[in-house]
Unconditional design. Structure first.
Length: 207
């Protein structure tokens, strides 16, 4: 089963035979054009580059348009490189189109996307810290507490969990199952939630 690039459409639900509710994520996956095939002889490793998402030609530079023209591909916004051996893309060539046809219900996949950005967040929201006491005039309600001594080491160690930007990072959700697919509309129905918001770009790989 090859990998594919898609766009998160949203979430819906179905009900099983036992009446249990099954949450589903709808992904508009492909069609993805094969824009480049890298080989051990020419590039030092084997890989396949897929493109997804239509865009007007004025939105790309001349080198980008020339790269796509070699593959007879239309103007494409997103290009992602995949390992040919790992993802079962050994047989593809430049100009081919990858669709949701190879995906079958019941198969397990992992989906990679960019998580929702939460902006600047404190340690309680960002790292699940506990708050301080709220009685006897305490002002340490949502403060992080001590993060380093004064005399030694007289600095804050790298990697200390502190407040800062939360979200907006690459996240991979594993163990997701394909429930159904719609080749006519290029849709994949995946059980559970995937990273990112609506219209976010996601990458579906075999588990």
């Amino acid at each position: 089963m090859p990998a594919i690039i898609g766009r998160k459409v949203g979430m819906t639900q179905i009900f099983g035979e036992d009446g249990a509710r099954v949450p589903l994520t709808v992904i508009e996956a492909g069609p993805c054009h094969v824009t480049q095939v890298k080989t051990m002889e020419t590039d030092g490793y084997d890989a396949v580059q897929l493109g997804f998402g239509a865009i007007k030609p004025k939105g790309l530079s001349k080198p980008e348009l020339g790269h796509l023209k070699k593959a007879s591909a239309p103007p494409i916004r997103h290009l992602v490189e995949f390992s040919a051996e790992e993802l079962g893309l050994e047989g593809v060539s430049i100009g081919d189109v990858v669709t949701v046809e190879p995906f079958e219900p019941g198969q397990m996949v992992r989906v990679t996307g960019t998580s929702k950005g939460k902006g600047y967040a404190g340690t309680i929201k960002r790292h699940n810290f506990r708050r301080g006491p709220v009685s006897h005039g305490s002002h340490n309600v949502r403060a992080p507490g001590s993060i380093g001594a004064a005399a030694y080491p007289a600095r804050v160690f790298k990697g200390m969990r502190m407040s800062g930007h939360m979200g907006a990072r690459t996240v991979t959700q594993r163990g997701l199952q394909i429930v159904d697919r719609d080749p006519d509309r290029n849709l994949l129905l995946v059980r559970g939630a995937v990273p990112g918001g609506v219209n976010g770009i996601v990458i579906v790989r075999p588990e």
